[in-house]
Design a protein around this ligand. Sequence first.
Ligand SMILES: NC(=O)c1ccc[n+]([C@@H]2O[C@H](COP(=O)([O-])OP(=O)(O)OC[C@H]3O[C@@H](n4cnc5c(N)ncnc54)[C@H](OP(=O)(O)O)[C@@H]3O)[C@@H](O)[C@H]2O)c1
Length: 249
Amino acid sequence: MDSSKTIVLITGATGGIGFETASLFATIPSYHTIIGARSVEKGEKAVSEISSQKPQGTVSFVLIDVTDDTSITAAASTIAEEFGRVDVLINNAGIISRAPSLRAQLRETFEINTIGAAVVSQTFTPLLLKSSKAKMINVSSGLGSISQTLDPKNPYYKSPAEAYMMSKAALNMLTAYDTARLGDQGVKVWSFCPGYVVTGLSGTGEKGIQERIARGAKSPKESAEGLLAVVEGKRDADAGKFYTEGWGF
Ligand SMILES: NC(=O)c1ccc[n+]([C@@H]2O[C@H](COP(=O)([O-])OP(=O)(O)OC[C@H]3O[C@@H](n4cnc5c(N)ncnc54)[C@H](OP(=O)(O)O)[C@@H]3O)[C@@H](O)[C@H]2O)c1
């Protein structure tokens, strides 16, 4: 591997925003993008789809389930062995839970959206510190904004997504915490809202996707462009903060 390449790891990159971001980054010759996948089958499929577009950059996958410490540690060891560092970590894996009770929804959602991101961030810190241009992006949501949640003019006012909103508010605290923890060691951290986009995130399959289209959700390709702008240094002035593009706030 060319040591001048920018090494990017994206968790949950076998579908939705993560996959579109990996596809876009793979068009850049100086990038190597590592797709975080929960199964070999999904990882191989994502790499093969991107490779079939004959990208100028390079792409591979690593197995990583953000709810499983053994999986996270193994992913970090594999990447350490193969690449020696991570320049950009995108904590993208996330869900909206459809569990039958609020308690179960909170547990399931926090486990992935918040606890998963925190443990990945901590486990990958030594690899980020090996980079001279380390960046970490926590894919958050406008729904995690406390001020927007209290604003009746917010188009998503009273969204029935308690567990998801709480998980993203806590993820925003991880951004602040890691900025304080790592900022003076050269690591820049953001919370990034990708906008309301057409993916399977609602957890209701094709019906949910059609609902998003009907409500005017954007393409996740636009979210990928927004993430690229952050990685390319165009949002350095917003490091440490919650940054949203095109959400309408
Ligand atoms: N879509 C939106 O409008 C929107 C708006 C604001 C913020 N976001 C945020 O954007 C991020 C990506 O969401 P998306 O819309 O692209 O949803 P998506 O299409 O459902 O993609 C979610 C990805 O996360 C992965 N994932 C789920 N559980 C995981 C786990 N335990 N470990 C590792 N990976 C896991 C999924 O992999 P599997 O295929 O294996 O399940 C999938 O690749 C999320 O953090 C979400 O909260 C989305």
